[in-house]
Design a protein around this ligand. Structure first.
Ligand code: HEM
Length: 174
């Protein structure tokens, strides 16, 4: 029979979930402005936009804790390529978070010029890697956090697709 009970989430999962929430908050202001222009002047959007860098850094720290706890829980053989394949989405997403955190300062924006924007577009690759990460890693053993995480990551992915579609429409109508 199908087991529909949800597991209690351990600390590592809480950290991953909170990292996800912070990450989603960094993406919301831009996508909301394009898809729902009427939200442009809302107070919450202004607050998120103003604190975006700090929220991103918090997401990085939480993701670091999440990854470290989950890796420490298992005895892993780092000389075996299979190990990297199991964690590929988590590791690549974490590398992206690290690059974005290191370059989230005025100095990097100035130094990197156009390349800064290109690098920070990697945040959207992280978005789709996280959809895969959560579905793959939680398959068959959801915790009580997983339904919220799923709604969050799939919701922001749909919003992002709607944003790209709207940007294309705007370009075509110019
Ligand atoms: C970098 C950003 C990351 C985010 C935002 C993230 C987020 C999440 C979330 C939300 C879950 C589901 C938790 C739940 O529903 O209870 C999860 C599960 C998991 N994550 Fe991550 N993760 C990240 C990186 C990593 C890294 C670097 C690793 C390991 C190298 C990793 C390993 C795992 C594993 C093994 C699970 C399944 C946990 C279980 O079986 O209970 N994640 N992650």
């Amino acid at each position: 029979m199908l087991d529909t009970t949800l597991d209690i989430a351990p600390l590592a999962n809480y950290l991953g979930f909170l990292a996800l929430v912070c990450y989603i908050l960094t993406l919301l202001p831009t996508s909301m402005r394009i898809v729902f222009p009427q939200t442009k002047q809302t107070e919450i959007r202004k607050i998120l936009l103003k604190n975006r860098r700090e929220i991103g850094v918090i997401a990085f720290v939480l993701a670091l804790g999440h990854g470290v706890l989950l890796v420490a829980k298992r005895t892993l053989d780092f000389t075996d390529s299979h190990t990297y394949w199991i964690y590929v989405q988590g590791i690549v997403t974490f590398i992206i978070f690290t690059l974005l955190t290191i370059t989230s300062n005025d100095w990097s924006v100035k130094k990197m010029k156009k390349n800064w924007k290109k690098l920070h577009e990697l945040t959207y690759l992280a978005l789709f890697l996280l959809v895969w990460h959560i579905i793959d890693k939680m398959w068959g053993h959801w915790t009580h956090l997983t339904p919220f995480g799923m709604v969050g990551i799939i919701g922001i992915a749909v919003l992002f697709i709607a944003r790209k579609w709207k940007e294309r429409q705007n370009q075509l109508s110019k």
